[in-house]
Design a protein around this ligand. Structure first.
Ligand code: TZP
Length: 217
């Protein structure tokens, strides 16, 4: 119903505030669980386990074990735990939701497999948003990359702040911005109507996770 939907949107917007994404390939020093726990203590509002790219775990069991460790940490801090792309893993460990890109699995199929879960979709341009706006069961959009990113070698061309704002206006769901967001540029991103920011390297490569998360808030 209407009220139920409003409360979902409000919770989703809160969840998107400071959204941390990482896999083992993103960790320079220490371990993913130790970095994640510091980030949770500092106040991140969502975590997405994204095991992808050079140096990532390839065996399903290794990935599942790491996912379970991250999931239990997120539960401890009552922060949603999402899985990037891997439908089988997300179902197997009962993650809170899944995030998919345009070139991953058919979005309709993903929605069908996760009827009561969070479903995030990456969008890069107006066409992708217009198409996705027709799908009621998508929870939020990840829009970007806003700036150049070191964390995704196959990332699309950066869209910049102006296009980000245009795309947010087009979107009928909450939006989290992604790509090259740092403590230096976050105020420009938050000057748009975005609901939150998602980052990899801002948190995995900082000297001080607590300070960085505070600045991103
Ligand atoms: N999708 C678009 S950019 C990106 C992803 C997964 C990487 C974001 O990482 P960083 O380090 O915050 O730029």
């Amino acid at each position: 119903g209407h009220l139920e939907r409003l409360s979902i949107v409000k919770n989703t917007k809160e969840m998107l505030s400071v959204y941390f994404i990482a896999g083992t390939q993103d960790i320079i020093e220490g371990t993913l669980p130790s970095i994640l726990e510091e980030a949770l203590k500092a106040g991140i509002t969502c975590f997405q386990y994204r095991e992808k790219g050079q140096g990532s775990l390839t065996e399903f069991h290794d990935k599942m074990n790491m996912a379970k460790i991250c999931q239990s940490l997120c539960r401890e801090y009552e922060v949603p735990f999402l899985i990037n792309d891997d439908v089988e893993l997300a179902l197997k460990i009962d993650a809170d939701g899944i995030h998919v890109g345009q070139d991953n699995q058919d979005i309709q199929e993903v929605i069908g497999l996760f009827p009561t879960k969070i479903v995030g979709l990456s969008c890069h341009d107006q066409h992708e948003i217009i198409v996705a706006n027709q799908l009621e069961k998508i929870t939020y959009y990840g829009i970007g990359p806003v700036y150049g990113t070191q964390s995704k070698p196959d990332a699309e061309k950066p869209i910049g702040i102006k296009t980000l704002q245009h795309l947010i206006k087009e979107a009928n769901k909450p939006v989290v911005a992604i790509g090259g967001i740092s403590t230096e540029n976050v105020s420009d991103v938050l000057a748009t109507d975005v609901d939150g920011v998602s980052v990899i390297s801002a948190i995995t490569r900082t000297e001080n996770i607590r300070e960085t998360v505070k600045s991103l808030q």
